[in-house]
Design a protein around this ligand. Structure first.
Ligand code: HEM
Length: 455
């Protein structure tokens, strides 16, 4: 299949490394803009800022070493702990070693394949609520799809992971998370120059306030759960009943809060962004949108979406995969070397930050043909089979790979087909949504789109 080549929102990489002050200013604005062109062409790249090394790894064999084969020599490290630790504590996403392992084991049952399948009706129901909300608007009304997708996936995470667990104010939560994440680029810039943790930065007090607000919401939820014990099988019960096999200890309230917040944020932000960028790409490629629509119509035969339809939507899934290649929601994976180690020909000293710049790997000129072009046929089964596993990493790789991958894939398909069957979405003319890294890859200025009814 051929596809048209619309000019897509992207990043103009600087030809040369930026001088230090410009580099730091750029990192605060959007860290990806500071990545030099070499990241899109070379196997590995070393940057040195005020005497501190950061090594970027783009070659699949080296990525495999960092994330899988030599994973014991790399940990989440200082940057992840500084950026996310204040909000997420030492929970599953940020913890290392045995503490990480038992938290991962504790929540694994909720991510078993048959369990995830059982969540599908709740996912479709949430998408239908969004569809109905849009139907109440005049046709052609403009909405921010980024915000709408956050709302939808938030609805899904609560109704699958914490069903019947009282209410959390979705709007407030989204504002607090966004506000918190805004400050993280300052934290990264300060960590890059080795500034101590106490150094203040713009937005620090607001971030603290938002963090407190988020934890208060969860504290209430946990208190309610403890007051009404009973046979439940949701995420909160798994966390409350988990015991560390090494110490025999259970999680205290703070651990439970940190993990809940991790799952609520990691579990809805990323999928919402995958959907937002997919709608963006479809809006600019009407012929691909038409193929997706045709596939949906053929599979569902014009009726409502059913769980059995999800696996049959091969082309639709390729579209989502390609959207996550161009705009990976988790665009940067960061580790820190625990000891001196050799990586390819690079000597890595203990304490060095090692980055897998997923956004650049997915647009690497040696790994992808015409990397900036939207072309879902890259994910046809034959093409995907010949590709190195470590050149496509939307969900990471190795033991720290995303625990919610299957959940997210089913969820994204369910939401996309429910909404696309009812609406055509068109980007506001002239709007260019710069992909901005704030832990996740968000469209700067949102994603304003017109909703045009199909029925
Ligand atoms: C399109 C959607 C998603 C994307 C692109 C994504 C991406 C990722 C990536 C790249 C990692 C690995 C980070 C690293 O190695 O440092 C990760 C970890 C994680 N993700 Fe996802 N994720 C998505 C959806 C979800 C969902 C739906 C959930 C939960 C319901 C979830 C929960 C987690 C958790 C708990 C971890 C930490 C796992 C660990 O360290 O053991 N994610 N995700």
């Amino acid at each position: 299949m051929t596809t048209s080549a619309a000019r897509l929102a992207g990043i103009e990489a600087p030809d040369e490394p930026l001088p230090v002050f410009r580099l730091l200013r750029t990192v605060v604005d959007n860290p990806i803009k500071a990545w030099p062109r070499a990241l899109y062409r070379e196997r590995v790249y070393r940057s040195r800022v005020v005497g501190r090394d950061t090594v970027y790894v783009m070659s699949p064999d080296l990525i495999r070493a960092v994330l899988r084969d030599d994973a014991d020599n790399f940990e989440k490290g200082e940057i992840a702990r500084r950026a996310l630790g204040p909000a997420l504590g030492d929970a599953i996403l940020t913890a290392d070693g045995p503490r990480w392992r038992w938290q991962r084991r504790a929540v694994a049952p909720i991510f078993r394949q048959e369990r995830i399948r059982a969540f599908l009706p709740a996912m479709i129901a949430a998408a239908v609520r969004t569809r109905d909300r849009w139907h109440a608007l005049p046709s052609g009304a403009e909405i921010d799809i980024a915000h709408e997708m956050m709302r939808t996936t938030f609805d899904i995470i609560l109704n699958t992971m914490l069903p019947g667990r009282g209410s959390i104010d979705a709007e407030l939560m989204e504002r607090s998370v966004t506000s918190y994440l805004e400050s993280t680029s300052w934290i990264v810039a300060l960590a890059m120059v080795g500034a101590p943790r106490w150094v203040p930065y713009p937005g620090m007090y607001r971030a603290r306030r938002e963090r407190k607000r988020l934890h208060l919401m969860l504290e209430t939820l946990i208190l309610e759960a403890k007051q009404t014990p009973g046979e439940r099988n949701d995420l909160l019960s798994l966390l409350l009943n988990a015991t560390d096999p090494e110490t025999g200890q259970s999680m205290d309230s703070i651990d439970v809060q940190n993990n809940l917040l991790t799952f609520i944020t990691a579990g809805h932000e990323t999928t919402a962004l995958a959907l937002t960028w997919t709608f963006y790409l479809l809006s600019l490629h009407p012929e691909i949108e038409q193929w997706v629509k045709d596939e949906i119509a053929a599979v569902t035969e014009g009726g409502p979406v059913h769980p059995k339809h999800i696996d049959a939507l091969a082309y639709t899934n390729q579209v989502i995969q390609e959207a996550m290649r161009l705009y990976p929601p988790a665009a940067l994976i960061v580790r820190e070397a625990r000891r001196d180690i050799e990586l390819g020909n690079e000597q890595i000293r203990a304490g060095t930050t090692v980055c897998v710049p997923v956004y650049a790997v997915h647009r690497h000129t040696k790994l992808w043909c015409e990397p900036d072009r939207f072309d879902p046929s890259r994910f046809e089964p034959e093409a995907a089979k010949t590709r190195n596993r470590y050149s496509y990493l939307p969900f990471g790789a190795g033991s720290r790979t995303c625990i919610g991958q299957n959940f997210a894939q089913i969820e994204a398909t369910a939401v996309l087909i429910t909404l696309l069957s009812a609406f055509q979405l068109r980007l506001r003319p002239g709007h260019i949504p710069e992909p901005r890294l704030r832990v996740t890859l968000r469209p700067a200025g949102g994603m304003p789109m017109r909703t045009l009814r199909r029925w």
